[in-house]
Design a protein around this ligand. Structure first.
Ligand SMILES: C[S@@+](CC[C@H](N)C(=O)[O-])C[C@H]1O[C@@H](n2cnc3c(N)ncnc32)[C@H](O)[C@@H]1O
Length: 220
């Protein structure tokens, strides 16, 4: 079949801008196949079967109230789906960085969000990176860490690092996959939240995500 010939001169400027943006996205976004490859190579830390959906990302940033925040941290950004939405909503004087364990995902997030600072390290090193960024505390910490792959001791270590790093009144946002509630490690994580935060709330399940997920909003 012959492809229609597009005469560049007949394409309006906004259409060309949209096309350019689409091409940019094609080259900077991690595909489902790339994600599946990471899952096969790093099954013990990837913890998901696909990148998060845009709908879940919007729920996350909505819960995070980012426009007021001066220091925002993301843990386990993966392919940068949340990072992209977070950065769009930060005020001009806010500081942001992310910590990611898998070097391939570090690169994926940097490619997608070239202005983001992404450190290749474990979430437990969060206090060190706050110090490195001349910050005593974070206003908001967003996590898509796969809690059910961490044992109870690891969960306690990460939760301690998060609650110690948040300022009083600071917000911790975490996604929890629906299936996690049926697993003892998922239940352990949810049961520990009230020990660290004065207020714990969750959204209804976001079904348009693989797997379906809830967003937990916790206030220190
Ligand atoms: C469920 S995936 C994140 C999916 C992400 N929202 C996206 O859309 O691509 C969990 C991420 O946490 C990272 N991770 C796992 N353990 C970690 C740890 N201890 N510290 C930092 N990142 C970790 C994984 O490498 C992975 O990128």
């Amino acid at each position: 079949m012959l492809r229609p010939v597009i005469n560049e001169a007949n394409v309006s400027q906004p259409e060309r801008a949209v096309q350019r943006r689409r091409n940019d996205l094609k080259s900077t976004r991690f595909s489902y196949a790339d994600f599946a490859k990471q899952l096969a190579q790093e099954p013990l830390s990837t913890g998901a079967i696909a990148p998060s959906s845009q709908l879940l990302a919007r729920q996350v940033v909505q819960q995070a109230a980012l426009s007021e925040a001066k220091t925002v941290v993301e843990l386990g950004p993966g392919t940068g789906v949340f990072t992209e939405q977070i950065i769009k909503r930060l005020s001009h004087d806010a500081s942001f960085f992310a910590i990611e364990l898998n070097p391939t995902f570090v690169e994926a997030t940097k490619n997608r969000c070239p202005t983001a600072r992404v450190y290749h390290d474990a979430a437990t090193s969060l206090p060190e990176y706050l110090q490195k960024n001349d910050r005593l505390h974070a206003d908001c910490i967003v996590s898509s860490l796969p809690w059910t792959i961490f044992d109870e001791e690891e969960q306690d270590q990460i939760l301690n690092a998060i609650s110690d790093s948040l300022k009083p009144g600071g917000v911790f946002i975490s996604i929890i996959y629906l299936g996690a509630k049926f697993r003892s490690r998922g239940r352990y994580f949810i049961s520990k939240l009230p020990a660290h935060f004065s207020l714990v709330k969750s959204t209804p399940t976001v079904w348009r995500n693989l797997p379906p997920s809830q967003v937990y909003r916790c206030i220190k």
